[in-house]
Design a protein around this ligand. Structure first.
Ligand SMILES: [Zn+2]
Length: 108
């Protein structure tokens, strides 16, 4: 899997989208654009103010927004129909949607 870096800082590798030091889900059939846990790039337990939020992969306590579906990357994605994975991401930039980065198996 090849990843490309750019000045804009958004990178798509496989089914993950990296932006702003965080990782987001790039799969259409799950939680497109939803932030994943910092530790394992995984989902977390359901929000419960009493018990906290835990990573489903390593069971470490994580911050709100990590893997619980409450924090979503404000972007539009172009999805590969065969894999259901994001191949391009567009982040809103007034006045229009601007393509910031493309990555994957080939260079653009
Ligand atoms: Zn974890």
């Amino acid at each position: 899997m090849e990843a490309l870096l750019s000045d804009t800082g958004i990178v798509i590798v496989g089914d993950k989208v990296y932006y702003g030091g965080k990782v987001y889900d790039g799969r259409l059939d799950t939680n497109l654009g939803g932030r994943l846990t910092d530790c394992c790039e995984s989902f977390s337990t359901i929000d419960d103010p009493e018990f906290g939020l835990y990573c489903k992969s390593c069971y470490k306590e994580v911050n709100w927004g990590e893997g619980d579906g409450s924090e979503v990357l404000n972007a539009k994605f172009k999805i590969d129909e065969k894999t259901n994975m994001a191949t391009e991401a567009y982040i809103e930039k007034i006045p229009s949607w601007t393509r910031l980065y493309v990555a994957g198996s080939k260079k653009f």
